[in-house]
Design a protein around this ligand. Structure first.
Ligand SMILES: [Fe+2]
Length: 378
């Protein structure tokens, strides 16, 4: 198989594991507010799924000292595709190992991104079989829509932070066949890239980690598909003391209708109120210049991804956010030096619950420089 036709080797994002220091709060958030079903438990982990997730679980909540990404797993499009991707990862000298299955998923290839993210690849996945009381009368729906909170349908995408965006983006393109759909570039620095292997505008995004850390998560996103649900969810979150970071609104990049919140354990979660832009192009590799990019900061800088020279009068940061966000609403935060992460004294037990929620809800390590420039992200 040539590099030209590897795009469809990965079917989609199947699951994500989030580590939380507050498992009870995190489970309450996902089960009671977002209506996810609990399907199993083992040791310090609980397995959850949205009512339209196709497999036994799409979210694994694991207790741990800090909120962070445990791992994210992609499903290959065939056993042969998994084998081919394994060989590509092996030949590319990415750190990797085979793992046993996990609650409905078969053997899994674990590999590490150039920035240290724990990513996994698998083919074998059980189709979720709902018990009789949860069977939906809608034939394409794996289980009934629950009467709880404002339920999400399924996992949607993942946004990773990276000290250097480009190597992670290029590894996803080279070894897994991802296509870069949009980018944010300033000068010769790539601040963000949005990639997918299917019709969705993106399933994995990578954004520059301005703290210089490695292997961190920006957010995991779950799908509503209806923008009004984000507005209803915002009202619900206000009533139940869930910190809203941004939205409901629509992204300039990907056109996704978004709402960012922090679950009680401190992980940033996005509710996706629409599918955003689709990619109908059947070609198997990105054509040079097809991705959208911002205007470089300097007219003397490299041309944009269409290969055209940029206007010498182009204003700095033009294109980093929509017109109405050209002046970031939280510009003061741009001048604030980054605070250390993790916090210097994470003595959870000694803190009153409300104070604990406050710093967990706005962990400085979970805010990228781009997010602080107006939240115009995906
Ligand atoms: Fe997102």
């Amino acid at each position: 198989m040539t590099e030209h036709n590897i795009r469809h080797e990965i079917a989609h994002l199947a699951r994500v594991e989030l580590v939380t220091p507050d498992p009870d709060g995190t489970l309450w958030f996902f089960k009671e507010l977002l209506g996810m079903y609990e399907t199993s438990r083992e040791a310090q982990s609980v397995y959850l799924r949205g009512y339209e997730d196709p497999y036994p679980w799409s979210l694994k909540v694991t207790e741990g000292p800090q909120p962070r990404l445990g791992h994210a797993a992609l499903r290959a499009s065939s056993p042969e595709a998994l084998e081919r991707r394994y060989r590509a990862i092996k030949d590319g000298n990415l750190d990797h190992q085979w793992l046993d299955g996990d609650h409905g998923y078969g053997k899994t290839l674990r590999f590490t991104s150039p920035d240290g993210h724990d990513l996994r690849l698998l083919w074998e996945a059980e189709k979720y079989q709902a018990p009789p009381e949860l069977r939906s009368k809608i034939l394409t729906r794996p289980s009934k829509k629950p009467l709880k909170g404002i339920p999400v349908k399924r996992i949607d995408h993942l946004n990773l932070l990276a000290n250097d965006v480009t190597p992670v983006k290029e590894s996803l393109e080279r070894y897994l066949g991802f296509e870069t759909r949009e980018r944010v570039v300033e000068g010769d620095v790539e601040f963000g890239a949005w990639l997918s292997t299917n019709i969705l505008g993106h399933e994995v995004a990578i954004m520059r980690d301005n703290l210089g850390a490695h292997g961190r998560l920006h957010h995991a996103a779950f799908f509503y598909g209806i923008q009004q649900h984000n507005i209803d969810a915002a009202e619900m979150f206000r009533e139940y003391d869930i910190t809203i970071e941004a939205g409901p609104d629509r992204h300039g990049i990907t056109q996704g209708a978004f709402l960012y919140v922090f679950e009680p354990g401190g992980n940033r979660i996005e509710l996706f109120g629409g599918p955003g832009s689709f990619n109908w192009n059947p070609t198997t590799r990105p054509e040079p210049g097809r991705c959208r990019t911002s205007t470089p900061a300097s007219p003397s800088a490299a041309p944009n991804c269409r290969g055209r020279p940029t206007s010498p009068t182009a204003p700095r940061r033009s294109g980093l956010w929509p017109t109405r966000w050209r002046t970031p609403p939280n510009r003061r935060s741009l001048r604030r030096p980054p605070r250390p992460w993790p916090p210097p004294s994470p003595d959870l037990a000694a803190r009153p619950a409300r104070v604990r929620l406050r710093w967990q809800a706005r962990p400085p390590g979970h805010t990228s420089g781009l997010a602080s420039k107006g939240g115009c992200l995906t």
